[in-house]
Every structure is written in C-alpha cells, then in structure tokens.
Design a protein around this ligand. Sequence first.
Ligand SMILES: Nc1ncnc2c1ncn2[C@@H]1O[C@H](COP(=O)(O)OP(=O)(O)OP(=O)(O)O)[C@@H](O)[C@H]1O
Length: 327
Amino acid sequence: MATADQVKALVKSHADGDDTRFYSVALQVAAGAARNGHGRFAQELKDLVDSLRQGSGRTGAKGRLVAVAQPRGELAQLLTVSYPELVLADMALSPDVMNRLERVILEQRQAGKLHSFGFQPVRRLLLTGAPGTGKTMSAKVLAGELRLPLFVIRLDGLITKFMGETAAKLRLVFDALSETRGVYLFDEVDALAGERANGNDVGEIRRVLNSFLQFLEGHSSESLLIAATNHPQLLDRAMFRRFDTVIEYPLPDSAVARRVIKNRLATVEVTRLNWAKIDHAAAGLSQGEVTIAAELAAKDAILTGGGPVTTAALCQALEARKPDRTS
Ligand SMILES: Nc1ncnc2c1ncn2[C@@H]1O[C@H](COP(=O)(O)OP(=O)(O)OP(=O)(O)O)[C@@H](O)[C@H]1O
C-alpha cells in the first residue's frame, strides 16, 4: 500500500498539475502493492493509470495504430526499430523547444487536413545541441506521441561499415521510409561532413552527402525524418536548407534542471531542498547529466538506508558530473 511519502507526492503533483510525476508515483504504489501480494489492486491501479494517460491523448503505444514493423534482411543491418512509449510530458525542455515539438506533433496529427488544403506537414527535422540535451529522447517522444515505430540509423556506423556502398545502402533506408510510415532518426548526421572523414575517403563522403541531400529533398512520404547532430557547425549549408525545421537544444536553465530533478526523485523521500544551492551545482550540466546525478543520489539513499535524499548528496552528485571531474 502507499507510504505516507507516496501519498504526499501524489497530492503535491496533483496540486502542481504535474501529470508525469503523478502517474509515476501511482505506478510506484502499484508496484509496491504487487510486491505485498495485493495483485488485483495493483493491476486495477495500473489499468487506471494507463487509461487516464490514454484519455489525455498523450499516451504512447497502447492502442497503437501501426502494425509491428521489423526490418528484415539487409535492412536489419542498417537500422534498429523500437516502439517508444514516451510522451512530451516526460521531457524537461525550454518553452521554445517544447512549443516547436508540440507544433510538429500537431501538424503530423492533422496531416490529412493540411493535405486537403494543399499543404504538407513538417516532415524533415534537424535537431542540434550538446550531448544529453534530449535530441534522441525527442525522436522517441515524437514516435510515442504519434504512435509510430522509431527507426534509428547511425550514419557514422553506416559509412565505416559500407564505405563505397554507403549511398546504395542509404537508398534502401529511404525506400523503407517511403514504404513503412515511422519516425526515422539519422543520428550523428555530421558524419557526412568532410571534416569528419577520419581517414575515410573524403571524395566518398562527398558522394554519400550528395545522395543523402537528394534523398532528403525527394522525401515526400508520410514518415517523419529526423536528423540529429552535436556539431551543427560542421554541416554543409546545403544540408540546413533541406530541412523544414531546425530545432536547437540549449543546455537547461535552472527551471528546466529542477524539473528533471523533481521527476527523477518523484518516487523517493527527499528532505526540504535548498534549490539555490542545487541550481548552482547543476549549472552547465545537460539534462542527461542532471538525470544521472539525481539517480545516483536517489540510489545511494535507498541502498544505504540512510534516509531521505538531501541537498548535500544531490549537490555532490551534480558536481561530480562536471566535465573537469568526469574526464
Ligand atoms: N530534455 C530532457 N528531459 C528529460 N530527460 C532528458 C532530457 N534530455 C536528456 N534527458 C535524459 O538524458 C538521457 C540522454 O539524452 P539523449 O540521448 O536524448 O541526449 P542527446 O541530446 O540525444 O545526446 P547525444 O547527442 O549524445 O546523442 C535521456 O535518456 C534522458 O534520461
């Protein structure tokens, strides 16, 4: 059954209008009930959370509309598929990035309406920003929100593995993109920049880049194509022009970092936190680093049985993630 802290967390997240946290704590209560032999209650609670999330229109794969797609044969070597259940509310983002992702979801959901007036929904996105700011997670969220499979193509791996044949392999991927509706993430797209050749043939990279640009331009299917990079400065200008939208992911400000921490600590006991100190310790870290630090502090508290997560423990974990401390 729910602990006193879980009940408090439920009430607090309800008051804050924080659905993600509310559902997360409710599922924690269900898990605890299952462990204590209250299987029926646990299942009912889990079903209730699932149906509420579905009803809010922000659920992931439940009631998924697309058939399960599994790349076969040669294609299986080129991309991986998953069916993410993440939703936008799982992310902590600046209002600008959040609005822009909401807009992509809206245009994709209303694609039929746009088509009937002769317009196309946004279908080519370029995501740029430092590691750990949520570019890959955004691709998962878009797949989750649109109830589509997510296909990931690692361009650097493709080039290294198929040097000389990469353009032909890319064609296979773009054929799949036309045939099977999905979200297709081309990760590390800067691998197509000549500067990144790293011993690979620059002329070959150029040819692959030209093929990629052509395929990109010709992309008119219902799939959503996303390219992501940590190094936008390496990309050819011609590349930027081919995308409908470029979304830049900044490092989190303190409001965003606080949200990451609150979400990660939603299920554990926490002392009254000194947010000014935590803001200072989290400054300059990505959402990914803040997540790791919050998880570490939470797990330490659980494993040592030393009581609630404190400001000091959290700050120590955050400071340890700073680049000069981790390298
Ligand atoms: N905006 C965010 N909100 C909540 N959690 C986040 C966010 N961004 C990152 N995270 C956490 O950090 C992890 C890694 O993030 P992600 O892989 O999306 O970063 P990325 O920008 O794609 O980095 P890279 O460029 O290294 O691939 C996520 O799985 C998630 O746990």
